[in-house]
Design a protein around this ligand. Structure first.
Ligand SMILES: C[S@@+](CC[C@H](N)C(=O)[O-])C[C@H]1O[C@@H](n2cnc3c(N)ncnc32)[C@H](O)[C@@H]1O
Length: 193
């Protein structure tokens, strides 16, 4: 054993650690797949976070919710920009732990291990999501039912069926130019009686 050079041990150690990290990442995604319906734990690029924060004009004290917050980067970026109350919900245990660690000491950020379908959005001012086409119909219904007029919704990559976006942003270069849909909730239709 002692005849194996240190470099080989180092290579085996690094390769093993990388493999273990990938396996844990894959397992954490597979574990929650029935609930997340294809929305994998992938973070939004910082450039894209900046672009939609520029578009929503946050005000101090507002409630911002990230539905499926991943490692919480949207929450932290929003709080750096403006003293909002930022809330994130996440089911993936790995993403949740990372978000909790990275958000330690930030009193305005709250991250919970919870299914966002069970969260009441009626007092939210800004809702952010980066999910998957399979859930967008259901999410559009929830948003139309719960959000107050004037609230803003930002959806990365996938539109909310039945809602007309106020803006479609395309930050990035020609390779990563997926749309970001920005919505403002209209006044609720009044019952004609
Ligand atoms: C594409 S990632 C986006 C992460 C983060 N919002 C960002 O933009 O960096 C989508 C995340 O939503 C989470 N997710 C999907 N469905 C969820 C649900 N019903 N409740 C809580 N989290 C959910 C997934 O686990 C995944 O981490």
């Amino acid at each position: 054993m002692s005849s194996i050079p240190f470099g080989i041990w180092l290579f085996i150690g690094i390769t093993g650690a990388l493999f273990a990290a990938k396996a844990i990442y894959g397992f954490s995604i597979a574990l929650v797949l029935p609930a997340t319906r294809g929305a994998l734990y992938v973070s939004t690029a910082r450039r894209r976070v900046k672009a939609f924060l520029d578009a929503v004009d946050l005000q101090p004290g507002q409630r911002l919710v990230d539905l499926g917050c991943g490692d919480g980067r949207v929450l932290r970026a929003a709080c750096r920009r403006c003293p909002v109350r930022a809330e994130g919900y996440e089911l993936n245990p790995l993403a949740f732990l990372k978000a909790r660690l990275l958000c330690l000491g930030r009193s305005r950020v709250r991250v919970r291990l919870k299914n966002f379908w069970n969260v009441d959005l009626s007092s939210a001012d800004v809702v952010f999501c980066y999910l998957f086409p399979d859930v967008m119909n259901r999410l559009a219904r929830k948003i139309q039912r719960e959000l107050k007029p004037g609230a803003m919704v930002v959806s990365c990559n996938f539109p909310l069926p039945g809602l007309a976006p106020a803006h479609i942003l395309r930050p990035g270069n020609s390779l990563t130019n997926d749309p970001i849909y920005v919505y403002r909730m209209p006044a609720k239709a009044t019952d004609p009686g």
